[in-house]
Design a protein around this ligand. Structure first.
Ligand code: NAD
Length: 438
């Protein structure tokens, strides 16, 4: 199988130790998500019953995953699947493998998926899943056994019309292939629509692997234009060099932007004249990290967020821009490649400093848009051309950007508040039209 990204599961002997990137002062993702909803619900005039219904996940499943390790010992892992809302269609959301996964984090990510799907008008509700494990500590065989057992444990609530998974932190197209095979075996026939982000040879979509990053760059370009900054010659810093950050850096560099700093969980690098992103990609493939890239200087990981750049793209984890560092951010624009990188308190500080924040539910929606295209292609057994996928992705991203900006201008809101209100109102409309059963 061809992996479009370096596998996350093979530690390199040269890989440095993990660093914590400025996480002091971070609040919980679930608190942030709930506060965003509360603000939208109050502004939309919802009563307590409706607000509570939107705040609570529709279904949650916690599963125990016994794993036989390669050395014969047994380890017991915990996995979660949360379906936040299914008023607009089947639940849709990624699967995360990280030691930091908790039920509350999965709840927050599932809620954001609900708003994202509604904002981009894809016919899904929101879900998320996760297993608390560090994939780098497990062999490929062990990860396959974990994935297959997790899939069989959550079988009662997943299906191509019920809940569709996709890659997120620590998972990739190979993980999706294992899920698809496990589910298909349970059904007695191949069911490609059970996951998106599959390998191309199993019915994956052209353009899916880079879709989130392409979408981030469509929004970044639109945001730069809106402030009268030329993309060509603009400066950018990118936190995270995984599935989202790496291609976002590449596409920005291809557009003529100067990517002056990037980081991953092992550290950060900086080069004022701009990093050679293609050469950096080769370095990461060889060593497993951006650290030690020849022509760049080392940078304190937390300092990347505070560089004087036009564009900052957090594309790693939640809560990295918080009350403790928001006032030090010098970027003019933040485009959220990651889910939940900016805390509520930081949002207010950034707004008062005039930093334009393109929120996650808009900026990183490219992945779910092309996931939707992949699901449509799977259901029709018909493959679209890459140029059709990319043109339709751009059209939807820019339409959503325009709608959010218009709403923000009309009501004097931040882009996040505007995006959240639009999305919450769409979910509520679907709920109202369907009625409350019984
Ligand atoms: P990934 O596992 O492929 O990459 C994560 C990257 O972040 C890695 O380079 C890792 O080293 C780095 N990282 C982790 N912790 C860090 C830290 N504290 N500081 C700096 N770097 C750190 O994951 P991904 O799929 O690229 O996801 C990244 C973010 O984007 C997540 O928030 C995810 O939910 C979000 N997202 C992903 C997709 C998608 O299609 N993959 C879609 C929408 C949103």
């Amino acid at each position: 199988m061809t992996l479009t990204q370096p596998s996350l599961t093979q530690p390199s002997p040269t890989q440095p130790a993990v660093v914590q990137t400025g996480l002091t002062g971070r609040t919980s993702a679930l608190d942030d998500a709930q506060a965003q909803l509360a603000e939208a619900a109050a502004a939309l005039g919802y009563d307590e019953g409706l607000h509570t219904m939107l705040a609570k996940p529709r279904r949650e499943l916690t599963v125990t995953i016994p794993l036989r390790r390669d050395d014969g010992s047994m380890q017991v892992l915990t996995g979660y699947r949360v379906q936040h809302n299914i008023s607009r269609g089947p639940a849709k959301g990624g699967l995360r493998y990280s030691p930091d996964v908790t039920l509350d984090e999965v709840r927050a990510l599932a809620m954001w998926m609900t708003w994202k799907c509604a904002l981009l008008d894809v016919p899904y509700g929101g879900a998320k899943g996760g297993i608390a494990l560090d994939p780098r500590q497990y062999s490929i065989g062990e990860l396959e056994r974990v994935t297959r057992r997790y899939t069989s444990e959550i079988l009662p609530i997943i299906g191509p019309q019920q809940d569709i998974q996709a890659p997120d932190i620590g998972t990739d197209e190979r993980t999706m292939a294992w899920i698809m095979d496990t589910y298909s075996v349970s059904q007695g026939h191949t069911v490609p629509g059970i996951v998106t982000g599959k390998p191309l040879s199993l019915g994956g979509s052209l353009g899916r692997a880079s879709a989130t990053s392409r979408g981030v760059v469509h929004i970044a370009k639109a945001a730069l234009h809106s402030l009268g900054i030329r993309v060509d010659g603009s400066t950018a810093a990118i936190q995270g060099f995984g599935k989202v950050g790496r291609d976002a850096a590449r596409f920005l560099a291809d557009e003529g932007a100067r990517v002056v700093a990037v980081s991953d969980q092992y550290g950060a690098i900086h080069r004022a004249a701009g990093l050679d992103i293609h050469a950096l990609g080769a370095h990461v493939d060889a060593t497993g990290s951006v650290v030690g890239f020849g022509s760049a200087d080392e940078l304190e990981a937390a300092d990347l967020l505070e560089l004087d750049v036009d564009l900052l793209v957090p594309a790693a984890v939640e809560g990295v821009i918080h009350e403790g560092n928001a006032a030090s951010i010098r970027a003019r624009i933040i485009v959220e490649g990651a889910n939940g990188p900016t805390s509520r308190a930081a949002d207010a500080i950034l707004a008062s400093h005039g930093v334009l924040v393109a929120p996650d539910i808009l900026a990183n929606a490219g992945g779910v848009i092309v996931s939707y295209f992949e699901w449509v292609q799977a259901n029709q057994s018909y493959r679209w051309q890459a140029r059709d996928v990319e043109a339709r992705l751009e059209e939807r991203m820019l339409a959503a950007w325009a709608a959010v900006n218009e709403h923000a201008r009309a009501h004097e809101l931040t882009l996040r508040a505007a995006a959240t209100r639009l999305a919450v109102a769409r979910v509520t409309e679907a709920h109202r039209l369907r009625g409350l059963y019984p």
